[in-house]
Ligand binder design. Structure first.
Ligand code: ADP
Length: 490
């Protein structure tokens, strides 16, 4: 639809853009990104015909844009600039109506019913209809931005060029505006070309991104390709991390602030922070820990300071155990969002814990274990599905900085060590009468300080993995022995 072919140029003699070529397709949401001064606005001005190009060509449906009359061009393309110099003595509706100018005919141009219908429709779509009679200078920056968007839409264009459209908008309006634009690209085949400062918004909404660097194209591709960490770091000259969005398959860029507290003593997580009572086992960390867990609260990956293993009766049965746990934590002075909460029916006095250290690497393991629901995982289908409290809860605290890979390997290693302990204690699945590998509602937590030594791996023969294997095996075995001894007193 739009072809930018070997375009160079800028202001006076200096070439700001150098040999820039790309194509924007019909119905595409196309983002332009790049650091300050990289030429984004200059490029947009050239595409909208405001700024002449020095060499090369821009075509619209195969015809040079210079061959269109101003009015014909405006029927194709509307522009929402970053700053508008319009005086504010107009009302909202008058401002929006100016967008209809390109469709009015004859010497005495007057608004037709069609113009009125379009103006009302776009004001409604952009949410400015209820203050259509207000003067523009009474509105906030964000409201004004939406009025100008309505004006651009009143042109009924095929192509919309936007220079940082979300600049003055709060979070909800950013989303609403971009959702609306995306909907129009899908439903009306509107083509959107937009400059973005916010790389995460660009990633969420754009089909493709053009990354400019010093007046040239660094890369032009899908967001996942363009937002590769190395490319963003090189072009923006700052350290970033790239992560997948948790809900949709789009990359997100995270800034990492410079460390300010490097001189502070890093606490070792160990027994000193653990409290055991009849009602709960509780570890309060002095710093937030990065966690991977299957807790009732705080599951998945996150950062948590409080760790609670709560005792519940054997007949505990609750329709909404998550809410029940949140209420319990709140009643006991914990912030549920900061807490990994688990539950167990075993006697908490039978807990087993151990601090282990080797070659500058240290961990603290806490295990509660009971085998009421013991299951041989190879025959899980022989058991009915009942939601009863977890009976082997394993916590592994690591004093070190783990990779995501090491977190997952720690889960594997700890699970293998648990299975080995169950085998050693000859715990059986009561239904199949084969050796049990766990219980039906076990939970696990790996929590790391993310300070101190960098630990890349947690597999069974790595330094960390061998500590985890040894510690979880020993603690699970001892907790099982306590449990069996309590059940069968001599
Ligand atoms: P971006 O939008 O990526 O921040 P711009 O396209 O606004 O970058 O600017 C690119 C370069 O052009 C900058 O070095 C800027 O100083 C220069 N420039 C921008 N506008 C003008 C102008 N009106 N006259 C002269 N130079 C300009």
């Amino acid at each position: 639809m739009i072809d930018v072919l070997h375009v160079s140029g800028g202001y006076s003699n200096e070439a700001i853009l150098k040999d820039v070529s790309f194509r924007v397709n019909k119905g595409e949401f196309f983002g332009i990104i790049g650091p300050n001064g990289s030429g984004k606005t200059t490029l947009l001005k050239m595409m909208s015909g405001i700024l002449p190009i020095k060499s090369g060509e821009i075509t619209l449906n195969g015809e040079s844009v210079s061959s269109y009359s101003v009015k014909d061009f405006a029927k194709w393309m509307a522009v929402l600039p970053q700053h508008t110099s319009q005086t504010f003595s107009y009302t909202v509706k008058e401002t929006v109506s100016l967008g209809r100018y390109v469709h009015q005919k004859g010497l005495f141009q007057s608004s037709s019913e069609e113009d009125e219908r379009v103006v009302q429709e776009v004001m409604k779509q952009t949410g400015v209809d209820h203050y259509q009679d207000d003067l523009l200078d009474r509105l906030s920056g964000g409201e004004r931005q939406r009025v100008y968007l309505a004006q651009a839409l009143a042109q009924n264009p095929q192509i919309l060029l936007l220079d940082e459209p979300t600049n003055h908008l709060d979070l909800a309006f950013q989303k609403e505006l971009l959702d609306l634009l995306k909907k129009w690209t899908n439903e009306k085949q509107l083509t959107v070309v937009s400059i973005f400062h916010d790389l995460n918004l660009a990633s969420l909404y754009c089909d493709r991104l053009l990354m400019l660097h010093q007046g040239g194209i660094k890369t032009c591709d899908q967001p996942d390709e363009v937002l590769k960490a190395e490319k963003v770091q090189e072009v923006y000259e700052t350290r970033i991390e790239k992560y997948p969005h948790p809900k949709i398959p789009k990359p997100q860029i995270m800034l990492v602030p410079e460390k300010q507290d490097s001189k502070k003593e890093v606490p070792l997580i160990k027994e000193d922070f653990l409290r055991v009572s009849k009602e709960m086992i509780h570890l309060q960390s002095p710093i937030p820990l990065k966690t991977l867990s299957s807790g009732v609260t705080g599951s998945g990956m996150g950062w948590h300071r409080s760790f609670v293993n709560r005792h519940v009766g054997k007949d505990y049965n609750c329709d909404d155990h998550k809410q029940d746990m949140i209420d319990y934590l709140t009643d006991h002075g914990f912030e549920p969002n900061e807490t990994v909460g688990m539950m167990t029916a075993v006697d908490l006095k039978d807990v087993s814990y151990q601090f282990l250290e080797m070659d500058g690497c240290s961990i603290f393991v806490v295990v509660t274990a009971g085998t009421g629901n013991a299951v041989d995982v190879a025959f899980g289908e022989k058991h009915g599905f009942t939601q009863s409290p977890g009976t082997i809860n394993t916590w592994v605290f690591v004093n070190g900085k783990l990779t995501d890979e090491a977190f997952i390997q720690c889960i594997m290693t700890a699970t293998e060590a648990k299975v080995k302990a169950l085998r050693e204690e000859s715990i059986l699945d009561q239904i199949t009468e084969t050796y049990a590998t766990g219980t039906s509602t076990d939970s696990m937590l790996i929590a790391a300080t993310q300070k101190g030594p960098e630990i890349s791996f947690g597999g069974s023969i790595t330094p960390l993995g061998s500590l985890v294997g040894k510690g979880v095996f020993a603690c699970t075995k001892q907790a099982l022995q306590h449990y069996v001894a309590r059940k069968n007193p001599k």
